[in-house]
Design a protein around this ligand. Structure first.
Ligand code: HEM
Length: 491
């Protein structure tokens, strides 16, 4: 047989085998009679035209009454979408030992930024989490308050300048993104990024441009996420080399400068440097991975949380007035001096932020990976080992059976009596259990400071008259990537 015929035959046989294997993989939930939508190659249950959060939401709405979970595929990876709040609580808290990982790609050797707390496997994660947790303690947060406050004051000034130029209609993601960059730069690295004074400041521009650049095509990314362990063995990487070099350079230069000049700073990097100097401490690459995780989580999530809250306050003027009254009252009590304690006394503010993260959780779903088979209380429903667990927080938090009239913005849903009546799994913007958001306190502090300063200086309105404020917001899982315009007036 000619060589080319032989090659074609082998190719066809390999192709047919791959098709059979994929078909068999995709029939998994059907064989077990678990409700699901038919998956298709290559996205599984994720539509090519849509995104994961929309597809998860559709699955939840269609199957939530059928049992404790439904079948799903993220690309080729078998997954379940959980519907039952008690089961969610068990997975995240009581039986966490069976779900300690998220099953995400990381490669410490070739892609050091990917080896961060968010992605690491159980053993490494456990050690790192206990080393890093003290830097997020209540006392450390109190120490950072004044730094955040001074950046918040620059935000007010920067908004003032923007209003003059842009005739009071302002795209909020841009300016809040600059505030969050400056807060993170200062509190993570002790760097004055200066994004609020200078739109084109190096740090903000570099992070924005590099993080927007995709390293691989959609199909390669989907293969990496479907087979993270294999991708690791093949020495693949997900992070752009420039981003890698940028973070490692900043961390290395900052450490060298501090060690040479005996500089002490009140930031997250300082605590990591202390760990570096003791046995079993962190390498430069490991520190870069963690600072990168803080930065990416902080930038996207905190920016979106502040912007969606301002958006809801613009739509709900009565809530905005009530919040402003509370701020004025507390400030009077504390003689016009905004302190950490003054901020912590603003109970309505906390309810407002909780309600806006209820309607718009900036992270639309949580992920876990089952270590071993897991029997739920329903005999037919077993979660097999190595299945991805999707916890659909955006869908749950907007489900009328969990929150009546979910589109209605009502901070009073978070009165303590109401909170106690609900399952803890009904509100999960920061997750829950041992792997919940480590930056929760820090994130809340930057959100509160921004809101207090902005609401006491400005009044926010929608711009419905010129159709630039979308209502409702699109469900896209990335609120900070859209453009949200508000009309802003000085008080
Ligand atoms: C409003 C802002 C934020 C929101 C809504 C948010 C939300 C989340 C969520 C939902 C998770 C996953 C929790 C789970 O799986 O149970 C998470 C994990 C994480 N977040 Fe945040 N986050 C925010 C800000 C931050 C900030 C500012 C930092 C860092 C300074 C941060 C660092 C992390 C890290 C490192 C993890 C992984 C924790 C682990 O696996 O141990 N987050 N965050």
């Amino acid at each position: 047989m000619a060589l080319w015929v032989y090659t074609i035959n082998i190719f066809l046989a390999a192709f047919a085998t791959a098709l059979i294997l994929i078909k068999r993989r995709f029939s998994y939930w059907k064989r077990r009679e678990i409700p699901h939508d038919e998956p298709h190659f290559p996205g599984g249950n994720i539509d090519c035209s849509s995104n994961t959060s929309k597809s998860v939401q559709r699955n939840y709405n269609k199957f939530k009454t059928t049992g404790p979970f439904g079948g799903f595929f993220i690309n080729l990876h078998r997954a379940v979408v959980l519907y039952d709040l008690d089961l969610i609580k068990d997975v995240l808290v009581k039986d966490f030992h069976n779900f300690p990982e998220r099953g995400l790609f990381h490669n410490e050797k070739d892609d050091p930024l990917s080896a961060n707390l968010f992605r690491l496997d159980e053993t490494k994660w456990k050690q790192l989490r206990s080393q890093l947790s003290p830097s997020f303690s209540g006392i450390k947060m109190k120490d950072m308050f004044l730094t955040i406050l001074s950046i918040g004051q620059k935000l007010v000034q920067a908004l003032d300048d923007v209003i003059d130029v842009e005739n009071s209609t302002v795209e909020m993601n841009e300016i809040i993104g600059r505030y969050v960059t400056d807060v993170n730069g200062n509190c993570v690295f002790g760097l004055d990024c200066n994004s609020l004074n200078d739109k084109n400041a190096d740090f903000f521009r570099t992070i924005k441009s590099i993080s927007g650049t995709k390293l691989h095509s959609k199909i390669v990314n989907s293969l990496i996420s479907s087979f993270p362990k294999l991708a690791q063995k093949l020495r693949m990487r997900e992070t752009h080399e420039d981003l890698n070099d940028f973070f490692i350079r900043i961390v290395r230069e900052t450490i060298e400068y501090r060690e040479k000049n005996s500089v002490k700073h009140n930031d997250f990097l300082s605590l990591m440097i202390e760990l570096k100097n003791i046995d079993g401490g962190l390498s430069i690459e490991q520190m870069s991975g963690q600072t990168f995780a803080y930065f990416s989580a902080g930038f996207e999530n905190s920016t979106a949380a502040i912007v969606v809250t301002l958006y809801e306050l613009a739509l709900n003027q009565d809530v905005q007035d009530k919040l402003r009254d509370e701020i004025t009252n507390r400030m009077e009590k504390f003689r016009q001096k905004l302190s950490f304690d003054c901020m912590m006394e603003m109970r309505y503010l906390k309810k407002v932020v909780k309600e806006s993260l209820r309607k718009h959780p900036v992270v639309p779903y949580l992920l876990r990976l089952a270590k071993n088979d897991y029997q739920t209380s329903h005999p037919k429903y077993v979660i097999p080992s190595q299945t991805l667990i999707i916890i659909p927080i955006e869908a749950i938090q907007n489900d009328p059976d969990v929150y009546p009239e979910p589109d209605h913005f009502d901070p009073e849903r978070f009165r303590s009596e109401e909170i106690h009546q609900r399952n803890i799994a009904a509100w999960l913007p920061f997750g829950v259990g041992p792997r919940h958001c480590i930056g929760l306190r820090f994130a809340k502090m930057q959100i509160y400071v921004a809101l207090i300063l902005l609401i006491s200086s400005y009044r926010f309105y929608t711009t419905c008259d010129c159709d630039r404020t979308a209502n409702p917001l699109p469900v896209d899982g990335k609120k900070s990537s859209g453009q949200i315009y508000l009309r802003v007036e000085r008080i």
